[in-house]
Ligand binder design. Structure first.
Ligand code: GTP
Ligand code: MG
Length: 138
């Protein structure tokens, strides 16, 4: 059993889509084992997305992520990391498969509704970034 870090981004929380997105995760067999709604500062967003700091969209990405509350969550299931990325769909909603979260809800490549960890190592780092041990029950 595996865990991954998911973020429901500001474009989705602004449009009140948290429940509809969570239903997609649950329908795919992913269990939401931790969840909280928080507002990131620019500094926190910058730290979370540090791997992208040389990319041209870094500033825009951090401003977007700090623009409104996000819902951070831990999803659990068999192959949760890969399964979540399948449910999310391609980064750019124009390239996302039918039925995916990004195809149904994303507005653009930047405002693309969800984040999901991309590997076991980053999942562990990203979960620890947002959740303490006490918030993660078995
Ligand atoms: P994440 O799960 O969010 O990491 O998405 P990803 O792995 O599908 O995409 P990637 O890691 O390449 O990029 C991280 C995030 O940066 C994306 O989810 C987008 O929100 C944003 N992003 C990527 N490319 C662009 C772009 O060309 N323009 C803008 N504004 N944002 C981008
Ligand atoms: Mg990524």
């Amino acid at each position: 059993i595996e865990r991954t870090l998911s973020i429901i981004k500001p474009d989705a929380t602004n449009r009140n889509l948290t429940g509809k997105i969570n239903a997609k995760f649950e329908d795919a067999g992913l269990r939401i084992v931790a969840q909280k709604r928080i507002k990131l500062s620019m500094e926190q967003a910058g730290k979370f997305y540090e791997v992208h700091k040389e990319r041209p969209f870094y500033g825009e990405l951090c401003e977007f992520m700090a623009s409104a509350p996000v819902v951070v969550q831990v999803l659990e299931g068999e192959n949760a990391i890969a399964k979540n990325r399948e449910v999310m769909g391609a980064t750019n909603p124009a390239n996302a498969d039918a039925g995916t979260i990004r195809k149904e809800f994303a507005l653009s490549v930047g405002e693309n509704s969800v984040h999901g960890s991309d590997a076991a190592e980053t999942a562990a780092q990203e979960i620890a970034f947002f959740f303490s041990g006490l918030e993660l029950v078995g």
